[in-house]
Design a protein. Structure first.
Length: 72
């Protein structure tokens, strides 16, 4: 969604919200002790990294995020 600009305006904000919503909905945003799995500044950096990445690097971006979520 970040790469394809699905929305006419505010793509970065909408996709950032959807990413946080997805993490929360799947119990990935917070650890069992209530601490955030990924701090806000890291979420912003991830979103920008994905937005600016080469489309050919999609698999690598997916692996980076999956690795961060698997190893909080």
């Amino acid at each position: 969604m970040v790469k394809n600009h699905l929305f006419t305006d505010r793509n970065k904000r909408i996709t950032a919200f959807l990413f946080v919503w997805f993490l929360e909905r799947n119990s990935l945003l917070h650890q069992s002790n209530g601490i955030k799995t990924i701090v806000d500044s890291t979420l912003v950096a991830l979103k920008l990294m994905i937005a600016q990445s080469n489309p050919n690097e999609k698999e690598m971006m997916v692996k980076v995020i999956a690795n961060l979520l698997a190893n909080p």
